[in-house]
Ligand binder design. Structure first.
Ligand SMILES: Nc1ncnc2c1ncn2[C@@H]1O[C@H](COP(=O)(O)OP(=O)(O)OP(=O)(O)O)[C@@H](O)[C@H]1O
Ligand SMILES: [Mg+2]
Length: 359
């Protein structure tokens, strides 16, 4: 079955405010797709256009190739799990799961079959007769998923479904959600402002900022090949160093960063000599000593032991803080505040993006 979702040049305006700028995006059948971006960037608005709670101001949403224009939410092949889920507190777990089927006039025997199967899917078999307040936060979340799946949606829309859970449970639920998606083969469209969630679960991620898609790619590509300064800064940790383009040699761009020195990295997109640009180097790609072709000295400001690794904050030319991550096994007693260290990176490991790096 085709359960792809196509945002065909959609725009969402609220009065004269544009919450979602013109977006053309196809989410494939059976894909685990996430929208990642800060609060207010338009994630829920996109989900509401897919579910039918909002009609786009321009363009059209297509599900399975069919236009959803004018199709109300309850007639769309979608199911939504909300940011603040609410199970019906007076109903049992099984009644909660069966609710959507009962509304549709499905027989009691059929409903029971479905809720038994779904309870097994979310690993809560035997809990059907419990009340929601007898369940933990993670268990409630799994019941909300089972309830959304009961009506056999082609597309499951999840709006920050884990935000109310504590860190440990959130991490555990990532694995569970991914597993449920794999078992059901349903298209999952997941919204989060937590990059860890987006990167660990998704086949592809769309990074959004201020109503605009910044980049759509698989997690590794997003991390290694950010196309905009926003993506470079928002996805993972990064150290920006801004300067003026001094030289371009093949894919390598050298920046003159004034008193901080000259640095070279891989150029992304269009960059010309003389313009402002920013080099981004990840903390874990900075090495102690002189192993990469870009090397420089810095003074340690802070050392933080994080267990399996250490984070050093070092100052370049007494002023520009950069963060360096090294394995705990590389720790030596001379890594203390005020010590001067040699750092290096491989120019191929850094990216250079036009602009001053403001996001
Ligand atoms: N019905 C509405 N009328 C007017 N403005 C709205 C409406 N719904 C959303 N907005 C605005 O559109 C923008 C995007 O809102 P949206 O809820 O999509 O953000 P979000 O990315 O889901 O944020 P969060 O992570 O905080 O949930 C916000 O600036 C919001 O104030
Ligand atoms: Mg939201």
């Amino acid at each position: 079955m085709d359960s792809s979702v196509h945002l065909d040049n959609v725009v969402m305006n609220f009065g004269d405010f544009t919450a979602v700028q013109k977006t053309d995006l196809k989410i494939e059948s059976g894909e685990f797709f996430s929208f990642l971006g800060p609060s207010g960037c338009g994630k829920t608005t996109i989900l509401n256009m897919i579910s039918g709670f909002l009609e786009p101001s321009k363009g059209v949403v297509k599900i399975g190739g069919k236009s959803m224009a004018g199709v109300p939410a309850n007639k769309r092949p979608t199911s939504m799990i909300f940011q603040n889920l609410a199970l019906f507190p007076l109903m049992t777990v099984a009644e909660n799961i069966e609710f959507g089927l009962e509304v549709r006039g499905v027989s009691k025997a059929e409903r029971k079959k479905t809720s038994d199967r779904l309870l097994e899917l979310v690993a809560l078999e035997g809990s059907g007769s419990k009340k929601p307040d007898e369940l933990s936060g993670g268990q409630k979340q799994r019941i909300a998923i089972a309830r959304a799946l009961a009506v056999e949606p082609q597309v499951l829309l999840l709006d920050e479904p884990l935000s109310a859970l504590d860190l440990k449970l959130r991490q555990h639920m990532r694995t569970e959600l991914k597993e449920i998606q794999r078992k059901t083969g349903i298209t999952f469209i997941y919204i989060t402002h937590d990059q860890g969630e987006a990167l660990t679960m998704s086949d592809r991620v769309a990074v959004m900022s201020a109503g605009k898609l910044q980049q759509v790619a698989d997690p590794i590509t997003l991390y290694r090949e950010p196309q905009t300064s926003f993506v470079a800064s928002f996805v993972g940790e990064n150290n920006p160093i801004t300067g003026v383009v001094d030289a371009i040699d093949g894919n390598l761009v050298t920046l003159n960063c004034g008193v901080l020195g000259k640095f070279t990295g891989r150029g992304i997109g269009t960059i010309s000599k003389g313009q402002s640009a920013t080099l981004f180097i990840r903390p874990e790609l900075l090495k102690l000593g002189q192993t990469g072709d870009m090397s420089f000295t810095a003074r340690i400001a802070e050392v933080n032991f994080e267990g399996s690794y250490l984070t050093l904050t070092a100052l370049l030319n007494q002023q520009h803080a950069i963060s360096v991550q090294i394995g705990a096994e590389q720790y030596t007693a001379d890594l203390i505040p005020d010590a001067e260290i040699q750092l290096s990176f491989a120019s191929q490991d850094a990216v250079v993006i036009a602009g001053e790096g403001n996001v």
